[in-house]
Design a protein around this ligand. Sequence first.
Ligand SMILES: [Zn+2]
Length: 178
Amino acid sequence: MNFKTICVSALLAFSIFSSAADEQYAASDTSVLGAHEHGKALLMLVVDGNEMQLALQSAAQTIVGFEQKASTAEQIAEIAAAIEVFNRGEWFQFNADANCEVTAAETNTDLLDAKFNRGHADFYANYQLLCQQPARLKQLDLQLFSLLPSLQQLQVQWVINGRQGAADANLNNSTIRF
Ligand SMILES: [Zn+2]
């Protein structure tokens, strides 16, 4: 198994886990390891060579304050504003000498899914970055907590060129060290 396979597997495992947890949540109203818990969010980081993928998943409640299908112009505007903020990708910073740059960003939410009717909705912000010095990746600073006052905990999981780790961040401890 090469690095690419490992990383793709890690991402797949993560997304399969997330959708399984969603289904379980819908069925039993319980959540697994923070998947769709209001006030908590998940951040998955995978570095393969000098390419990084960053995937944030959060309950819509934590981001825009509601999870029912947007019905007012104000709610639609709030969703659009949140998507714009996340697409800007300015809520995270890696230590500068790793020299990482966002090359693509895409934010989605169940709230914009025409078939959405689950009663719970998530936001998904996905980023691709290019890091010139991935071996120097040491630290991730998160400004997510000032952006989202109702976010209490961010679970961060990473696979950096085969090296795995996990840590929780919160308002008072918003720097992750790999
Ligand atoms: Zn919810």
